[in-house]
Design a protein around this ligand. Structure first.
Ligand code: HEM
Length: 408
């Protein structure tokens, strides 16, 4: 389809839901509500990321993700296209079958229930230690002090990454996930530099562990996995970066959403504080409500019909999880948190189908440990000002969240 000239962009389509300000200002609810009300599938032309289909309701996202040969991941997983000169490391999230299957197998055991049970104690101890250092009654930034620190610690444990340098994982992940930076030549070059630095650091770790005895960290697991035969060093690095980015911004923003959302729904927080049996469901509900990644992208491999809409080969489709998780056809009173919502688990925040998040159990474990550790210490978060939100249509979260803690 024809692309509109840049000067005509934005005024044209009020329902271009890729606009960063919608997320910066928390103003995405209405355009998505309107798209869902009109059937849930909408074509947008001339956005800053080119032309794309919005798939905004629950059932069509499930349909698209259930047909991975028709709706491919190989052309990229975000609405932004790869640009000339950008780093493009092979990652299994951006591959189709059968390559995807083999490479996913190298890391999946690290997230199996047995592996989770082994890391649980370590994560619980470190979470407890961090909470015990927090000031009660004084304002601090929850994002940096709690969400980023806990997520970064978890990743450092997972990779057995040098502990003192662990904040570099956050730094690299932030750059890798910044799809707005790709459009600015200066920031794009800066981003490339940081990603090369990240690749170099992991190459060193890989070389150190290559000839060594197997250990339980992810790098060693990947080196010694059978499926590693299907991966060259580029793919190895790409998949490591995928794990850092995949586990970082996402889990971080689920933790920030715990603090932010429950302070808005105090009655629900009281229920959760009283009843430890609600933790597991509350974890799902918070992840539904926040939806830490707003979308994933697919590209049609041939002409097809989706609910009667003519999708052409090469068209890109943005699957808006952020909208599907507010779809009233599935979630009653979807804008509200209900820690005991019966179907909270059905959320699409982890995606659906063959690419469904491989790290979901780890993210759930981390959040549940945080909730339980807060309850055990009788600590409650109060938000003291508006959060600063990430101005982008991919990572859906918070840059800063001023809070105080109360002991109840
Ligand atoms: C895939 C979300 C935590 C690693 C995905 C996908 C989503 C997602 C939406 C794509 C699903 C699809 O295309 O159908 C989240 C959220 C998290 C989280 C919301 C936290 C609340 C993690 C963690 C890790 C991780 C902790 C690892 C440390 C991955 C990987 C993939 C993936 C490797 C690619 C899976 C594949 O293509 O087969 N995640 N994720 N994620 N995630 Fe997560």
């Amino acid at each position: 389809m024809a692309t509109l000239a840049p000067e005509l962009r934005h005024e044209v389509d009020a329902f271009d839901v890729t606009r960063p300000e919608l997320y910066r200002d928390d103003a995405w609810h209405e355009p998505f509500r309107a798209i869902r009300a009109a059937g849930g599938i909408r074509w947008t032309e001339g956005s800053a990321f080119g032309d794309y289909w919005s798939v905004a309701n629950y059932r069509y996202i499930v349909e698209v993700e259930s047909l991975p040969d028709l709706y491919s991941s190989a052309a990229g997983i975000v609405v932004a296209d790869f640009e000339e000169g950008d780093v493009r490391l092979p990652m299994f999230i951006a591959m189709d079958r059968p390559k995807h299957t083999g490479q996913r197998r190298t890391v999946a055991p690290a997230f199996a229930p047995g592996a989770m049970a082994r890391t649980k104690e370590d994560i619980a101890r470190r979470t407890g230690e961090l909470l015990d250092t927090l000031p009660v009654g004084e304002t601090f930034d929850w994002v940096d002090t709690v969400s980023i620190e806990l997520t970064t610690q978890m990743l450092a444990i997972l990779f057995d990454f040098p502990w003192a340098d662990r904040r570099k994982l956050t730094f690299w992940s932030d750059w890798a996930g910044d799809i707005e930076a790709v459009r600015d030549p200066v920031r794009k070059a800066e981003r490339l530099g940081h990603l090369y630095e990240c690749a170099a650091a992991f190459t060193t770790l890989w070389n150190d562990r290559f000839g060594a005895e197997p250990t339980s960290d992810l790098i060693s697991m990947m080196i010694h996995s059978d499926a590693m035969r299907e991966m060259d060093s580029q793919a190895f690095l790409g998949n490591l970066i995928l794990l850092i980015v995949g586990g970082n911004d996402t889990t971080r923003n689920a933790m920030s959403a715990y603090a932010y959302s429950l302070d808005r729904f105090e009655g629900e927080r009281a229920k959760l504080e009283r009843d430890p049996a609600l933790t597991a469901n509350a974890v799902q509900e918070i992840i539904r409500w926040q939806t830490p990644l707003s979308h994933m992208r697919r590209t049609a491999t041939r002409d097809t019909l989706l609910d009667g809409h003519r999708i052409r080969e090469g068209d890109k489709l943005a699957l808006w999880y952020v909208s599907a998780n507010r779809d009233e056809a599935v979630f009653e009173n979807a804008d509200a948190i209900h820690v005991d919502r019966p179907n909270a688990r059905r959320h699409l925040s982890f995606g659906h189908g063959i690419h469904r998040c491989v790290g979901a159990r780890l993210a759930e474990l981390q959040l549940s440990i945080l909730i339980d550790a807060m309850r055990e210490r009788r600590l409650r978060v109060h938000v003291t000002g508006e959060p600063e939100r990430v101005p982008a249509c991919f990572v859906h979260g918070y840059r800063a969240l001023p809070v105080t803690l109360e002991r109840y």
